[in-house]
Every structure is written in C-alpha cells, then in structure tokens.
Design a protein around this ligand. Sequence first.
Ligand code: AMP
Length: 137
Amino acid sequence: MIDQSEDWLPFDTKSIAREESIVTEQPCLFCRIVDGEVPSEQVGETDQALAFRDVDPKAPTHILVIPKVHVATLPELAASHPDAAAAMLTLARQAAADDGVGDAYRLVCNNGAQVGQSVFHAHLHVLGGRPMTWPPG
Ligand code: AMP
C-alpha cells in the first residue's frame, strides 16, 4: 500500500506552499496606488481615503475614491471601518466639487464580480459632467 500522507517528507510542504503563495500572490492594485508603487493622477487625499482619476473614464469626471485600508468591498468596509467608509463619501463630494461638477455627480459601487467589480479593494466611482440615463446598464 502506498503511503499518501506527507508525514514521511523531510520538510513541511504546507508551510512551503504558504510561503510560495505569499511570494507569488499579486499585490492589490489599489494598495499599490496607495503606497505610490503604481502611478495615479491623484485629485484628493485624507488620512483615510484617496481620490484619483480612473484610467478608463466613462464620463468627463470619473474619479475613484478608495479607503487606504485594504478591504475587498464597500459593505465589508462599512462593517469593519465605518469611519473610513464615511470618509470616502466626504472625499467623493470634495473631489466632485474640485472637478467642477458641484453636487451633480453619480456614485457607483460595483459590488461583486457579477455586477462588474473588477478590483477587489473597496471603491466608489464618482461620475459627472454629462447627462446620465436611468437605469444604468
Ligand atoms: P470596478 O470595475 O468597479 O472594480 O472598477 C475598477 C476601476 O478601476 C475601473 O473603472 C478601471 O478603469 C479602474 N482602474 C484599473 N486600473 C487603474 C489604475 N491603474 N489607475 C486608475 N484606475 C484604474
């Protein structure tokens, strides 16, 4: 009978796998923007949140507002760091005003891959500067 357990191996395969995943796991894109490792066109910042232009804008004003802390989705952030979630809303309003659209902006949060979330670090899209239809596609 073949021994399929890994007990006989002279090293700890589980901890090696764990270390490899730490080395090979892609770091979060938005965390890298917060750390300055990935360039972004920043338009606002507080101690808890950052605002920068979306690289693929869908409106004349298209700003992303993110928390500096890494949490995958906005509802999870609201549960774990409600102050950071509130700071995002405050910064979104300021960034929209600074971009010249005043209080006429749409906030979008794609929550989950099925509805279009592609970056799993909580964020708000701040969209403005053109007429918008409802409902969104
Ligand atoms: P979502 O699809 O809701 O997760 O939104 C992610 C957004 O991030 C998309 O609108 C992308 O265009 C935007 N994005 C991706 N990479 C960058 C980047 N390096 N700088 C700015 N925006 C980005």
